[in-house]
Design a protein around this ligand. Structure first.
Ligand SMILES: [Zn+2]
Length: 156
């Protein structure tokens, strides 16, 4: 049985999740999809300028894994820039450094750190022990212009 992909820790969500080149008809528009962890890898390494070791630690992954994610992200961005493709940031296997959970039985809320969520075990409410618990949905991100729009092709 295949092991589920390990969660990567993503500390910052993008404000803008869709970029498209000017002057290309929507019908002819192709695109690349950047996962949230690819976005985070670019942010930490290329925008913040952190060392690869530090980036890997922050995302709670090994250096080779970080390197692979970063290279994949750079390749997609280069493809978009050189070939005039749209960029959509969505999906991935990630979690925030901390999430607030809510109990569906008594409404109790508490914070769960990444390390606990990464174990992917069902979490019971610390107050009433109910298993009816869920993370509070992520704050809306990237709800600006272009959100939800789709382009043709570019699926990878
Ligand atoms: Zn409860």
């Amino acid at each position: 049985m295949a092991r589920p992909v390990k969660l990567r820790c993503v500390a910052q969500l993008p404000n803008i999740v869709f970029f498209r080149p000017v002057g290309i008809p929507v019908k002819a528009l192709q695109g690349v999809r950047l996962s949230l962890e690819e976005f985070e890898a670019i942010r930490l390494r290329d925008s913040e300028g952190l060392e690869q070791k530090e980036c890997a630690q922050r995302m709670r992954i090994s250096r080779p894994t970080f390197h692979r994610i970063l290279e994949s992200a750079r390749k997609k961005l280069a493809d978009a820039l050189i070939n005039g493709k749209a960029i959509q940031i969505e999906g991935g296997n990630f979690e925030l450094p901390q999430r607030r959970f809510r109990c569906g039985s008594d409404g109790h809320e508490w914070d769960v750190p990444f390390e606990v969520m990464a174990q992917r075990l069902p979490l019971s409410c610390p107050r009433c022990l109910s298993g009816n618990t869920q993370p509070i949905p992520l704050p809306p991100f990237g709800l600006g212009r272009g959100c939800g729009r789709r382009f043709r092709g570019g699926r990878r």
